[in-house]
Ligand binder design. Structure first.
Ligand SMILES: [Zn+2]
Length: 241
């Protein structure tokens, strides 16, 4: 690490590199250099490219921020919130109720809540309430999908739990306990159904063999579409509400 610039960078020597190049990510700046290039030459090169590096990293940070979350940046009246593959408008109705009440009516989330004192921000209260509501909906949906698919090949889980998971959509333990990530309630319904089926199929096939995938296909012939959806949107969805 060298500190004379406005940023730090690391050096990686490469036998295959023919030229020195700078790799910018949101986490770090790495210089990949051929073995023969000296540290001093590398530093001169980075100094020369300083403006470019700063600009590249700023641009990247803005892009990442813009697509960081599937949910809204701020939960206020009129904002759109993803739910079952659709964008649902928030209609905030401050009232004197003690508990936050959420109802889904004709493409609108009607949210009754007692507003904070003027000047305070209700966004976090709304976000947390929506999260609880969505978890409960996810539980209902998952139960429905289990009932729909378990019978066909006797794939009965011991228990089914809705979880908040940072890196996976679902899991099936050795005792056939199935965990499903509640965030999937924001995805199109077929995607949640696919993940439920995927985990149910692990009761019979513990791996991702051809036999496993053909079992999935027997439940959901179009499961590839849902896998693709997860590949395309999963990272953003994982960021949560
Ligand atoms: Zn699997």
């Amino acid at each position: 690490m060298i500190n004379t610039l406005s940023f730090k960078y690391t050096i990686r020597r490469s036998h295959r590199a023919t030229k020195t190049r700078i790799v910018v990510t949101t986490e770090k700046i790495e210089v990949v250099a051929p073995m023969r290039v000296s540290a001093r030459q590398i530093h001169a090169f980075v100094s020369m490219k300083q403006d470019w590096v700063v600009k590249a990293q700023n641009k990247l940070n803005i892009e990442v921020k813009a697509q960081k979350k599937w949910g809204a940046a701020h939960y206020s009246d009129g904002v759109l919130v993803p739910y079952q593959g659709q964008q649902i408008k928030l209609s905030l109705q401050p009232s004197s109720v003690k508990k936050v009440k959420i109802e889904l009516h004709e493409q609108e989330f009607k949210i009754c809540f007692s507003a904070c004192s003027p000047g305070q921000d209700d966004s976090e209260l709304i976000r947390l309430s929506l999260m609880d509501w969505m978890k409960a909906q996810a539980r209902k949906r998952v139960t429905t999908y289990v009932a729909l698919h378990a019978e066909k090949y006797q794939l009965y889980p011991r228990l089914v739990k809705i979880k908040t998971q940072k890196s996976r959509w679902g899991s099936c333990g050795i005792h056939n306990d199935i965990h499903i990530n509640w965030l999937l309630i924001m995805a199109p319904p077929e995607v949640l159904e696919y993940v439920v089926v995927h985990e149910l199929c692990h009761i019979k096939e513990r791996n991702h063999s051809t036999r496993f995938w053909s079992l999935v296909a027997q439940h959901l012939p179009e499961y590839q579409k849902q896998r693709l959806w997860l590949r395309q949107h999963g990272r953003r969805l994982m960021q949560g509400l």
